[in-house]
Design a binder for this molecule. Structure first.
Ligand code: ZN
Length: 66
């Protein structure tokens, strides 16, 4: 132990588990790649929000506000 001034470290990609480099050069951190990041964010967004983006024929029903 001694040299702890590492400029980067390795982490496991939360999506696929592959080793990803955690550094400022890895813009997808903590993911290993853009694909993993986008896939994860996409799944998260879909489950978290479920925003109906297909607003078309459906009439807009205003929320009842007291
Ligand atoms: Zn990955």
């Amino acid at each position: 132990m001694g040299n702890t001034s590492q400029r980067s470290r390795l982490v496991a990609c939360p999506k696929c588990g592959r080793t990803a480099e955690w550094s400022t050069e890895n813009r997808w951190r903590p993911f290993c790649s853009e694909r993993c990041k986008m896939t994860d964010l996409g799944a998260w967004a879909t489950e978290a929000y479920r925003i109906p983006v297909e607003a078309g024929d459906e009439p807009e029903i205003p929320p009842e506000m007291d």
